[in-house]
Ligand binder design. Structure first.
Ligand code: DGL
Length: 264
């Protein structure tokens, strides 16, 4: 297929977390039409096998290709680290992925200790192992699986006692190890920044890759002459295979056109 600039950008995640990436993309590229797919019925991906994550990613990608997307953002660290290699090898459309920002964190840390909160699937992936092996040996990386966090976010329990207690069990031990940077290695977690700051009392840097993904998307579209330069009211459509209320809540105040529940 020959892509053209008026086609939409496709974005998918295991659920609502990738909307944190959509918000960055929408802010940087307000002229682009977007189609977002939340695979919430199958969330979380984090505990699934690599094979399952690849199969779910194929399903999502084919949905977005059928919607005529010119580029696809894999707005999920777990799907990127486990499936993007397969996707790039099997589909001609361009993919932008997201990976935990441990490199920028390693350049910022003064205590030489950084924490990373991500899913099991991301932390155990070959791609993450490769990226972390490139970090200077004198930097200590403390990995923490954020088990249960995605489930609570998908249930709309961002600002809950349950969330606060769970986050404390993950973050306090890292603070005791003297981290001064915390990398958010899951696109759901930017929605926890306020809750995390309550625990860290703003004493550390919280780093995520959302803005970098939006910038990379712009760069790739520009290099392929696919930036939409036609002045128009952009259309931003969201599909979910679960109750759309959680998506509606997370998008409150954002410029979306439609949120639809579908079977997929
Ligand atoms: N947003 C996904 C990520 O960035 C969450 C994975 C999951 O569903 O467990 O990794």
């Amino acid at each position: 297929m020959i892509e053209n600039s008026s086609q939409p950008i496709g974005i998918f995640d295991s659920g609502i977390g990738g909307t944190s990436i959509w918000k960055e993309v929408q802010q940087l590229l307000p002229n682009e039409d977007t189609i977002y797919l939340a695979d919430s019925l199958y969330a979380p991906y984090g505990q699934k096998s690599k094979e399952d994550i690849i199969n779910l990613s194929i399903k999502n990608v084919e949905f977005l290709i059928n919607k005529n997307c010119k580029l696809i953002i894999v707005a999920c660290n777990t799907a990127t680290t486990n499936a993007i290699k397969y996707l790039r090898a099997n589909y001609s459309v361009s993919f932008i992925g997201i990976e935990p920002a441990i490199k920028p964190a390693s350049l910022q840390t003064k205590t030489k200790t950084i924490g990373i909160l991500a899913t099991k699937g991301t932390l155990n992936s070959e791609l993450f192992e490769k990226t972390s092996s490139l970090i200077d040996n004198d930097i200590k990386i403390i990995e923490q699986i954020g088990e249960g966090l995605v489930e609570l976010i998908e249930q709309g329990k961002i600002d809950s006692t349950e969330m606060d207690l769970l986050l404390r069990t993950y973050i306090n031990p890292m603070l005791e190890e003297n981290i001064d940077c915390l990398v958010l290695g899951c696109t759901h977690y930017p929605y926890l920044i306020d809750a995390i700051k309550k625990i860290t009392k703003d004493s550390i840097n919280i780093i995520d890759s959302g803005e970098a993904v939006a910038k990379q998307t712009k760069r790739i579209l520009a290099s392929k002459n696919l930036l939409n330069r036609t002045e128009h009211n952009a259309s931003n459509i969201f599909y979910t295979n679960k109750d759309k209320t959680v998506l509606e809540n997370i998008l409150r105040g954002s410029k979306y056109t439609l949120i639809e529940e579908l079977n997929f």
